[in-house]
Design a protein around this ligand. Structure first.
Ligand code: FES
Length: 140
């Protein structure tokens, strides 16, 4: 394994994003809950620079058209747990209305969220996912 310098740690405070170009590759680093995440610096939608986006929890929102990038799907994929993933922005009107009703009923108001049984978990909260799934400590 080869390590390549990207940025001084002090330049990436909690909740921030920073463009970096290790070996010329366009990457954005983001820090959430003390951990550093890396994604392509160009948005998957129309290539706006994600370094201009904003962080809320574990969600990086593109400044151009509000596409959101988050880690929740990876939690389930890493553990082989099948999920039904719905991107609200791309869903049909009936699905968006159903999601809005479920969020209202739960008193929740934001994306991303994960629904496990009747419980809605807002944001990226792996400990809560594990608790609701009855996972043992080692499986978390
Ligand atoms: S370019 Fe990022 S949402 Fe459109």
């Amino acid at each position: 394994m080869v390590w390549i310098y990207a940025v001084d740690e002090a330049a990436l405070p909690e909740g921030s994003v920073a463009p970096v170009y290790p070996s010329g590759v366009n990457v954005v680093l983001a820090r959430a809950d003390g951990r550093v995440y890396a994604v392509s610096g160009a948005c998957a939608h129309m290539a706006c620079p994600l370094s201009l986006g904003s962080m809320k929890g574990h969600t990086l929102t593109c400044a151009c058209h509000d596409w959101r990038f988050r880690k929740a799907k990876q939690f389930f994929a890493d553990r082989g747990i099948p999920i039904e993933y719905i991107d609200n922005d791309l869903a049909d009107e009936a699905t968006q209305a159903r999601i809005a009703r479920e969020l209202d009923a739960a008193g929740a108001d934001g994306f991303p969220f994960v629904k496990i049984g009747n419980q809605i978990v807002e944001g990226y909260r792996p400990d809560r996912y594990a608790e609701l799934l009855g996972m043992t400590e080692g499986a978390r």
